[in-house]
Design a protein. Sequence first.
Length: 552
Amino acid sequence: MYRYDEVDYRIVRERVEQFRDQTRRFLAGELSEDEFRPLRLMNGLYIQRHAPMLRIAIPYGHLASRQLRKLAHIARTYDKGYGHFTTRQNMQFNWPALERVPDILAELAEVEMHAIQTSGNCVRNTTTDAFAGVAADELIDPRPYCEIIRQWSTLHPEFAFLPRKFKIAVSGSVEDRAATLVHDVGLHVVRNADGEVGFKVIVGGGLGRTPMVGEVIREFLPTHHILTYLDAILRVYNRYGRRDNKYKARIKILVKALTPQGFAAKVEDEWLHLKDGPATLRDVDVAHYASFFNDPAYETRAANPEGFAAKLAEDRAFARWVEHNTRTHKQPGYRSVVLSLKKTGVPPGDITAEQMEAVADWSERFGFGEIRVAHEQNVILPDVKESDLYEVWQLARSQGFATPNVGLLTDIICCPGGDFCSLANARSIPVAEAIQRKFDDLDYLHDLGEIDCNFSGCMNACGHHHIGNIGILGVDKNGEEWYQITLGGSQGNHTAIGKVIGPSFAQADVPLAFEKIMNLYVEQRQDGERFIETVRRIGLEPFKERVYAKHH
Ligand code: HEM
Ligand code: SF4
């Protein structure tokens, strides 16, 4: 895991002191709302429905146990005892008092964390595969590159006032688990004809009010050119991106306006000035950052040790959990455990201080003190020995983390919606809960198989609803909360934007609509076909007919 050097420490500490002074001046009336807004946004502080909301960066979703303990302490001391993991692998606190935020930032600085660039029109936290470094299908460990991008983008003077926010995602494995196709820039690993590993460069993806799947502007970028190429992309965006209308300011609008080819040509022109310049990565730079991500001291172990295999055979509930909530590991005898934050009745992504402390303890006892945050809003213990899984399962159950639903219909990605967010059209949390209750029966849930259900409380799409196999969007109809359903969206290598099935539903009718959709799927699916595959094969029409039929 990356450790701060003196420069990192100094930047973060100085920023805390600057923000302390800015907050003091604002509270004393020396700075107006308008003057304070950009200053607080640069430090992740929004003013929300009930209180300020503070977004803390978790660089590429990696946490050390001491950092998670610190977040627990902050939740307990400065907030209401819990935090919320977001789809961009960050943590949000919904109830901090404005005057105490500088103290929170000072506490974060002690454990090498901050909230810099978690909002505002700048380069945001770079995200990646939550299984980076441990996934069996990885071609390259993306974390050193994420760290290099983090350092390059932090306080980069040229890119502090972009036309709009800018999000980068990096995927180092064959299967894209970092949603690279719906980011402003996605870097997805590829091998060229000579067997060299580099990145495919994707630009202009994004959700929000104009959802778009990104376009490939370069099929192969050698790894040592990533910063020069990102500089080129951002320069073109900074120069030509629209600043007159914030709804047309994201890079996706520019890519569309110039066409992907036109945009790529401008980037390549710009790159001519930058290629092989000082920002080119030397082997020694890459080796330096890679050294922070060396494998921990794995033991040489056999896969499927005896005791583990026996437990799988004798305990069906355990076997079910292993099947759904753990993932294969590159190291024989180990698995990664996904702790589900999607227990029915708990807002998706929420985690209490006590739970954070428990996870921090387990990460040390059953791993190497490391935790990952997945963009699906779950938490991962990356390196658990198979022989320890039974104990981990029991502990996870004791903290409400063992619902065996990862990747299934009730593992809903969900934004905070109208309960917390002032931009919301509708509440999301109670509706997500109603759906979870409807599909509470584990046999049925498991029979339905993999389904991504994503939920946003408004068109800003923080809950990624467009790329859910089933998406739900909160809409406002004459001051009332309604819900629009989309089908056919997907993330990963076959990213697609879902299509609206028809008129929206009142809150109470959403679970019933889901039930009808699932019934039709079960009737129509062919051997082993996943939900999304059935939707792709038969199209939306049969679903529309079923959902909107007068009597069924
Ligand atoms: C509660 C305070 C929040 C506010 C005020 C807020 C605001 C916004 C806005 C205005 C956008 C649209 C930006 C655009 O399209 O240019 C957006 C997008 C987004 N937000 Fe949030 N958000 C909040 C919370 C969250 C949470 C909790 C998550 C994660 C669950 C999140 C993750 C995202 C993501 C992933 C997008 C992606 C859409 C895209 O840029 O392609 N946000 N947010
Ligand atoms: S999607 Fe809308 S309601 Fe949900 S968090 Fe984002 S801005 Fe708020």
